[in-house]
Design a protein around this ligand. Structure first.
Ligand code: NAP
Length: 376
C-alpha cells in the first residue's frame, strides 16, 4: 500500500512542473487521496494563478470525485492570507477534507498559520513528510524572501577530474548534446545568466536560451546577461554581448571602474554597471551586486555558468545556493586545464566548503548532480 511519503513524492513531482513559470512564487504540488488512491492532482502553474490545492480541488470537481473525507497532500503549508488569491487554508476547511499532510511549513511570515487554522477547524494535520525535499523545492523562494538577493544556481560542465576547459581554453564541448539542451531549458527558466570575465573573453557568449518552438519554455523572455569583471570591455567592442545585447547586459565591477570613462561609455549604450566594494582578500564583494540585481533589475533567479574563477568566488562568499554539475565521462589529467572551481588556498580538508547531494541522474552519456551547501 502506498505511504504518505509516496503521495508526497508525487506532489513534489507536480511542483516541479511550475519551474520557470511561477517565479517569484514558490513551486508547490498537491494530490487528493481517497481510499488509498490518488483521485486528483494540482500544482501552482503560473505566477499569480491559483495555488496547487485549489488546482487539485478543481480537478476533483471536474472529475466528479468526492473531496469530503479525503486526504490532501501538499508540499508547502496552505497559505493563510489574502494575496493574489484567497487563503487556501479556508478553502480546504470548506472543502471537507478530513486530513491534510504538509511537506514543510511556510517560511513567509505573512502567509504562515494555515496548518494551525486547519487544526482549529477539526482537520487532522501532519507536517514534515519528505520535509527536506519539500524545503529544497522552495529554497529559491526562501532566498529571495529572506536575503534580498536572487537565488544563485551554479552550473558547470566538467570532466571526471573536475576540469571545465583544456589548457588552451577549449570548452567545446565538455558535455553531450542532451546536457546542453538541459542547460538551454535552465536558462529559459531563469531571469539572469552570469559568467566571469575569463569566460567573456574566451567564449564571447550570447547567454541566451535557444529552444525549439515546441518547448513550453521557448516563449520565456531572454535572461539578463551578467558579467563579473574589473576589465571593462570597450563600448565599441566586437564582443557579442556589448554589440548586440547592451540594454540586456549588467556588469558587476569595481567602484573605480564603474565610475571610469570606459564605464560611462558602456552606460551610454544601456549597459547597467554596478560598482562593488573590495573584500579584505582583494576580490569584489559579490553580495551587494546580487542585491542590486534583485532590487534594481527585479532578478529573482540567476544561473551562473562559470568559469572556475567565478565559481570559486561564489562558493567562497557563500553565494552558490545550488550546484548543478554535468559530469562528462572524460579525463584530461592536465594540471593546466581550467579547474571547475579555483582561486582559493585551502590547506586542510576539514576547511573544504561542504555540500549535500540532492539528486543524481543520467543525461544520456553524462551524469547530472544537484547539490546544496551544508549550513555554515
Ligand atoms: N565547461 C563549462 O561549464 C564552462 C563554463 C564557463 C567557462 N568555461 C571555460 O572556462 C574558462 C574560463 O574560466 P576562468 O576560471 O578562467 O574564468 P572566469 O571564472 O570566467 O572568470 C574569472 C574572472 O572573473 C572575474 N571575477 C570573478 N569573481 C570575481 C570577484 N569576486 N572579484 C573580482 N573579479 C572576479 C575576474 O575578472 P577580470 O579578470 O576580468 O577582472 C576573474 O579574472 C574558459 O576557457 C571557458 O571556456 C567552461
Amino acid at each position: 500500500m502506498a505511504s504518505d511519503a509516496d503521495f508526497m513524492a508525487r506532489a513534489l513531482e507536480l511542483a516541479e512542473r511550475g519551474r520557470g513559470f511561477v517565479t517569484p512564487n514558490p513551486r508547490v504540488g498537491a494530490v487528493l487521496v481517497q481510499n488509498g488512491a490518488i483521485v486528483a492532482e494540482g500544482w501552482h502553474k503560473v505566477f499569480g494563478g491559483p495555488h496547487a490545492e485549489v488546482e487539485c480541488l478543481r480537478e476533483a470537481e471536474l472529475r466528479r470525485v468526492p473531496v469530503a473525507g479525503g486526504t490532501m497532500y501538499v508540499t508547502l503549508e496552505p497559505c493563510n492570507h489574502f494575496g493574489k488569491t484567497p487563503p487556501c487554508s479556508r478553502t480546504l476547511l470548506e472543502s471537507g477534507v478530513a486530513r491534510v499532510v504538509v511537506g514543510c511549513l511556510d517560511p513567509n511570515p505573512v502567509a504562515e498559520g494555515g496548518a494551525e487554522l486547519l487544526r482549529q477547524g477539526g482537520v487532522a494535520v501532519d507536517v514534515g513528510v519528505l520535509e527536506q525535499q519539500c524545503r529544497d523545492t522552495i529554497a529559491d523562494f526562501v532566498v529571495y524572501k529572506t536575503m534580498g538577493r536572487p537565488y544563485v544556481t551554479l552550473k558547470l560542465a566538467m570532466t571526471l577530474d573536475g576540469r571545465i576547459a583544456t589548457r588552451t581554453g577549449d570548452a567545446s564541448w565538455v558535455s553531450g548534446q542532451a546536457s546542453r539542451r538541459c542547460v538551454h531549458r535552465m536558462r529559459a527558466g531563469m531571469q539572469a545568466v552570469m559568467v566571469g570575465g575569463g569566460t567573456l573573453r574566451a567564449d564571447d557568449p550570447r547567454l541566451t536560451h535557444r529552444l525549439d518552438a515546441s518547448d513550453p519554455l521557448s516563449g520565456n523572455p531572454q535572461p539578463l546577461a551578467v558579467i563579473v569583471t574589473r576589465r571593462l570591455p570597450p563600448a565599441d567592442a566586437t564582443l557579442t554581448l556589448v554589440r548586440e545585447r547592451s540594454p540586456e547586459l549588467a556588469i558587476l565591477t569595481g567602484l573605480e571602474q564603474a565610475d571610469s570613462a570606459a564605464g560611462r561609455a558602456l552606460a551610454k549604450r544601456g549597459v547597467r554597471l554596478y560598482g562593488l566594494p573590495d573584500r579584505p582578500d582583494g576580490s569584489l564583494d559579490l553580495a551587494p551586486g546580487l542585491g542590486r540585481l534583485r532590487s534594481e533589475a527585479r532578478i529573482y533567479t540567476l544561473l551562473c555558468e562559470g568559469g572556475g574563477g567565478l565559481a570559486g568566488s561564489l562558493a567562497a562568499q557563500g553565494l552558490a545556493d545550488e550546484l548543478a554539475l554535468f559530469y562528462a565521462p572524460k579525463v584530461l589529467a592536465d594540471d593546466r586545464a581550467v579547474a571547475g572551481f579555483s582561486g582559493l588556498a585551502v590547506p586542510r580538508m576539514a576547511d573544504a566548503a561542504g555540500y549535500r547531494f540532492c539528486d543524481v541522474r543520467r543525461v544520456d552519456e553524462d551524469i547530472f548532480v544537484t547539490a546544496r551547501p551544508l549550513p555554515a
